[in-house]
Structure formats: C-alpha cells, structure tokens
Design a protein. Sequence first.
Length: 98
Amino acid sequence: MKPRHAAALALVGWYLMVPPLVDEPYKVNTEAPLTSWKVYQTFSTLDECDKSLVSMQDKYQHTASAPLGTIKKGSRAFALQMTFAQCVASDDPRLKAK
C-alpha cells in the first residue's frame, strides 16, 4: 500500500449510528436515510465500533423485546434504536445530504 493511501485510510473514523424515532411510541424508522440517523458514538476503528455495537445490542435486547408496561417509559425506544444501530464509516457517501 502506498503511503498516501495509508494516510487516507487513517482519516476514516467510524460512527455508531441509531435510527430516528417516529411519532408513534416505541417505533424507530429503520428505513430513514442515513442523513437522518443520529451519531451515538465515534470510534477510530471498525473493530472498536463493532465491539461496542455488539455490547449495546446484548445489553438492550431484553428491554427492546419486553412486553409493554413492564419497563420504564422511554427505555424501550432507546433499546430499539440500539437494536437497529449500525457502524458507518465517516466517509460513507450515504451521510452526505443530496
């Protein structure tokens, strides 16, 4: 790999992104364009992002699937966002507004 290519790769960061909430309670819009998703956390490497993503999904899976009325109000929406979160490169073209 040429040094300029390595430098370009080093500038790429990673975002742990969550889908936006919709008007209905406990709903997330997983079909929304990435430009409307929210950056939850940033990372230097994909591996760091993936590890955090797996950890968050493991932590919140129970809350996301718990019956309504058995969990604190608002926690289900956040848990659903974490369930559908994904790691996205900071230079991903889908992040640019059209």
